[in-house]
Design a protein around this ligand. Structure first.
Ligand code: IPE
Ligand code: IPE
Ligand code: MG
Length: 243
């Protein structure tokens, strides 16, 4: 009789955050307009959400548009906003069906009214879902998020509602847009760039960073699994000692 040795499969990281970069270079490599790179990038988003749900990741946070991305040519910004509108309209049923809860962080007031309404509806329709928590960062900047939190706390301190001596990390986190989400365990950035570009500055204090050469439109399940494998090789010490 053979003996079956149970090989323990490590748990996937609880929270994966992704800086989805490289749409423009993907288009350039294929002699296509940048808009086509963004369109293919949106396809990769759809696939990645499915894969993360399948692999058992509980929280996925995607950087889709930074507060600095307005610096791009007007037609490119329009393309990105058009794709966002299309995604919100066409994916909502899929998100509902698959138990995905959608949240948006970032300055939504700066987006089109129509997009704001779509976001609001999508958040409301998926509020009860628990299978995968999908957070999309739109018109998001980490410094701005921190500044707004500081401003809110100063306001409360001035009115006497907040004792400055009681400002703790926990209290501060209550003022961040990500309140209620665990910090990312794994941060992936595609396209070979090794920078954070103003994403989740506070929350990534102890995240493991994995930088992949893959350009975002080519991001596949194999890439996700490679990043997770790399994550499992890391020893998270949080300032302590080995072991
Ligand atoms: C990511 O791809 C999409 C956004 C930042 C909105 P890029 O458009 O930045 O692609 P590259 O970096 O130019 O290749
Ligand atoms: C970061 O990518 C923002 C998003 C992926 C949405 P960028 O392409 O804007 O970043 P930089 O300009 O190379 O730092
Ligand atoms: Mg880029």
């Amino acid at each position: 009789m053979g003996i079956t040795v149970a090989r323990s499969v490590p748990e996937p990281p609880r929270h994966v955050a992704i800086i989805m970069d490289g749409n423009g270079r993907w288009a350039l490599n294929h002699a296509l307009p940048r808009a086509e790179g963004h369109r293919r990038g949106a396809e990769a988003v759809r696939q990645t959400v499915r894969t993360c749900a399948e692999v058992g990741i509980s929280y996925l946070t995607l950087f889709a548009f930074s507060s600095e991305n307005w610096k791009r040519p007007k037609d490119e910004v329009q393309t990105l906003m058009g794709l966002l509108r299309f995604y919100l309209e066409s994916e909502i049923e899929e998100l509902v069906k698959n138990g995905v809860r959608l949240r948006v962080i970032g300055d939504r007031e700066g987006l089109d009214r129509e997009i704001q309404t779509l976001i609001c509806n999508a958040e409301k329709r998926t509020i009860g879902n628990t299978h995968l928590n999908l957070t999309v960062a739109l018109n998001y900047g980490g410094r701005r998020e921190i500044l707004l939190a500081v401003r809110a706390m100063i306001r409360d301190a001035v009115t006497g509602e907040l004792d400055p001596e009681c400002v703790s990390e926990e209290k501060f986190e209550e003022c961040l847009e990500t309140y209620g989400l665990p910090d990312p365990d794994l941060l992936i950035r595609t396209s070979g760039e090794c920078r954070i570009s103003n994403f989740l500055l506070w929350q990534c204090a102890y995240s493991e960073f994995v930088f992949l050469q893959t350009l975002w439109p080519d991001f596949s399940k194999a890439d996700l699994l490679t990043a997770i494998e790399e994550f499992h090789q890391r020893e998270r010490r949080y300032g302590g000692t080995k072991g």
